[in-house]
Design a protein around this ligand. Sequence first.
Ligand SMILES: *Cc1c(COP(=O)(O)O)cnc(C)c1O
Length: 367
Amino acid sequence: MTIPQNEAGAVLTIDLAALAANYRTIVAMGGGVPVAAVVKADAYGLGIERVGPALAGAGCTTFFVAHLSEARRLRAAVPDATIYVLNGLFGAALDTYLAHDIRPVLGSREDVETFAEFCNGLGRRLPAAIHVDTGMNRLGLDLAEAALLAEPGTAALAFTPALIMSHLACADEPGHPLTARQIDRFQQIRGLFPGIPSSLANSAGCTLPAARHDLMRPGIALYGARFVTGRDPLAPVVRLDAPIVQVRGIRAGDTVGYGAAWTAGRSSRIAVVSVGYADGYIRQAGSTDRKTGAPMRVNGVICQPAGRVSMDLLAIDVTDAGPVSAGDTATLIGDGVGVDDVAEAAGTIGYEILTSLGKRYHRRYTG
Ligand SMILES: *Cc1c(COP(=O)(O)O)cnc(C)c1O
């Protein structure tokens, strides 16, 4: 359900054509290696029910989510796709994998044993991915455990290993030594499972030929945010436009907002929009006397927040933006203001800005 535009504080526009174009760009970049899509966390906040089919339309046949609940939502939207759940088995919900044709990513010995038992009970070798840790130290079997699985007669035989995967920790920093070590370790592991497809690359890994293997797994690059330090993101997918609800004049020395944290250095014009940290416009994006906040565009001019971001409101210093009145638009993301610009000003990453996008916006899908 989307909020009607005339009841919403802002309009979030998600460009599905740009999303599909980004998918095709990654396909072209990979030179023929199949490209899956990571659509966890509601497709990085953009809406899994719309993003899934748009990517399927661009040729994507394999998807990764984090939670089983996400997999079920996605299954309804893309009935024919292969869907993997990254975060391992979810307790007692094994029947759900079977009922909805969803594949778990087995990330521990316990996962492997539990799933093997389940398959034995069914008398069916259901497909699953095996996640091997190569240096992230988060999820995944260690190398010795994975090697054991590759020996004949082990629990692995009770299910069908459909994918061998691992996850890169630092590929967004070009030249980071851990990436080469992870690629090396992964190369050893995949060698133990001949004939089974393998997958290592996240978005950043897609730029490294040695990390592409049989299936790439980009997430953030699809959604138009930065995926390698110092490299331009692909096409922007998201824009956020907020109608200005009020404009006021203040005098030099007046303060704006909670904590009186921002002081006008001159006589100023302040525009207020109905967007705040409860909408995912995170508080760290605000300005204080000591810190500049996130950029935004009013009348085509780059402006700054005036003061802290409130829960439901944001004040913008529009003194240099020419005539501005209520009803005009402040573009918080778009027209050259990237998700990453907001992230950088707020001391975080594009992922967090996207996945924080709130539920009170009027959501508009184009393309
Ligand atoms: C999130 C995730 C990805 C995608 O990462 P991006 O940096 O968004 O491309 C790939 N693989 C795994 C295991 C993940 O958790």
